[in-house]
Design a protein around this ligand. Sequence first.
Ligand SMILES: O=C(O)CCC(=O)C(=O)O
Length: 254
Amino acid sequence: MSLTAEERATFKRDGVLIRRGLVAADQVRHAVDLIDESYRKPMNPGDIAVYSQRTFAPELGDRAELLALYTDTGAAELAADLLGDADPVTTAQIQIRVPEGEFPGVQPEKAMHVDGVSCPHLDGRELRTFSLIVGVVLSDINDPTCGALHYVPGGHVAMARWFAGEWSLGMTEQVPPEIDREQGVPFLGLPGDVLLMHHLVPHAVAQNLMPFPRVMAYFRVSHPDHANRRLAALRDPWLDYPPLADTSAPTFRE
Ligand SMILES: O=C(O)CCC(=O)C(=O)O
């Protein structure tokens, strides 16, 4: 499976690409059944904050049914197509937005950020970056108020400029003020839809005002050289994307 020329251009411009229905219904069902079983166990509201920063159902992170959402659906091929080459992915992250009505005040909105930089729960000098995030929708996300991910199209270019010119390691700001003020575009979709998002695209996550959980599985994908050049990859959005590096880069909202 590979990307079309139009998809490449979209990814280059927006930093985001969406493939609807990439994951087959039975693959979705196997994953949902597993997560559902774990979610039904009594949950301590105090743990939800920790799960929201790391992963829900940490015991399921290496389960074949979850990893297959990335490895056996064509998503891994699309990632390799963007990056030229990619390290194998060995864990799945489950992110659930719990219904606000059931767990009031426990899971506030997540502010605009890029993953792995200036994380509030980590040492500010520690980078836990990667190249590409792949998100698989596992519940109906038809309404932004059900805890949708909101992303800033083209924000990867603005973030690279900020990282290169104004940011320094150890700063607590996660994004510049103009990005912090953005509402972002809600990523809406149905189970089986897949999002491929550049590591520098800023995103926020809304509270879930619906009565059912919003469930996503995420896979963090790295170019094999990423770990040796984390800082440089924050400042050059195409360093980890050799197949895309030779075409001209758009500027934010050009
Ligand atoms: O819950 C989500 O959809 C995304 C979570 C997120 O932004 C993160 O884990 O960094």
